[in-house]
Write a protein that binds this ligand. Sequence first.
Ligand code: FMN
Ligand code: 173
Length: 419
Amino acid sequence: MASHQIVESKNEKGELKKYGAFQNEIYYQGMFQNRTVEVTTDPSKLEKQAKDAMNHKAFCYIAGGAGERATMDANRLAFRQWKIIPRMLRDTTNRDLQITLFGQTYPTPLLFAPVGIQAVFHPDKETGVAKIAAELKVPYILSTAAASTIEEVAEASGDGSPRWFQLYWPQTDEITISLLQRAKKARYTALVVTLDTWALAWRPWDLDTGFLPFVKGEVGNDVGFSDPVFQRIFREKHGKDVKNDIVTAAVAWSSDVFSGKAHTWEQLKVIKENWDGPIILKGIQHVEDAKLALEAGVQGIIVSNHGGRQMDGAIGSLDVLPEIVDAVGEKLTVLFDSGVRTGADVIKALCLGAKGVLIGRPWVYGLGIAGKEGAKQVMQNILADLDQGMGLSGIGTIANCNRSMVRKVQYPGDSNSSN
Ligand SMILES: Cc1cc2nc3c(=O)[nH]c(=O)nc-3n(C[C@H](O)[C@H](O)[C@H](O)COP(=O)(O)O)c2cc1C
Ligand SMILES: O=C(O)C(=O)c1ccccc1
């Protein structure tokens, strides 16, 4: 049972713990109070725990969203309104959480969403999270806006561990191609191209706290600053090396990557010509864009509104998932993120047709609270909750998730807690 192996661990005598399944592992730790890190198991308390533990600006950066956070609310409300209809008298004692994406099998349906500048949350940063992701065998998706380099994260994640690269698409093709070559060489197996953040949104919390460290050159430019093509172009233009003027270099890098200029469908050609593995477009919300993605010849999409951090007023991401799956789900691998907080949320997204689910803020809070082990604990909690919830819903394998098991119902009291 691949889903059980990854949480097997040994006691002091070297015996395998008899509690193998995800939920038993967490129950066991809770009952005997031997959790190695104290991250709450209550999703509605996680944000508050992070707020108390973290530097104020860094906390606001994670917890904040675009505008009045209406899309963040819509993401949660959509999850509240979709309800699970459990099945009974099915043998689901041994659950299998495996999925297969692009020919690769993974023991769970979760992925670490790409998250930038992780050094501002904890010194463990990307390299630390990549390590615990490898331990969990959950794919780690490295952001272009990282505080570690492509090569450092590959090294930390180790041979054979699943890692994908997320591209913030530079305006300069030569730089794009160089990033893709580096990611290929460092054996990232899939490429996520984020489409919704060619300019940063109006984010009041960051504006009010003055949080934009990568533009000032403080942190978060490691992928760019370590790039030989970016370095050469910078030298030619400015007559000096990146390392001798990181403030100017940061402006040059961030204005190439977050240029305020959207690319076009035609320009995807450059990426397709320079990447051998699967290409996944992140930030799709409109069914017509999903169809254009199919026409463009990519292999997957991530139905996402960036966790409500980009277009405020945009629809809750879960609400567009069914129509997108109906339109392209047989031909494209449809992944999902935005607003996933619990095991039940994962089940809902899978029942609505997602083939895998990315987790954003929750593990970042865990990272802020207790470093990489905190991030790991949060993912394990969601996995345990998912494992248990699958059993209680009569779902033995991920393939059993289907639309007959969910229904949209609007109760007057539905609220948007667990942001
Ligand atoms: C602090 C933070 C930084 C993020 N940085 C990136 C990034 O560098 N690249 C990217 O594609 N998405 C980024 N995202 C968006 C996530 O990948 C994901 O779409 C989002 O967090 C999902 O919503 P959720 O937080 O409600 O789970 C970031 C999200 C957060 C919270
Ligand atoms: O904050 C984000 O959502 C994001 O995608 C980002 C943008 C710039 C730098 C780092 C992360």
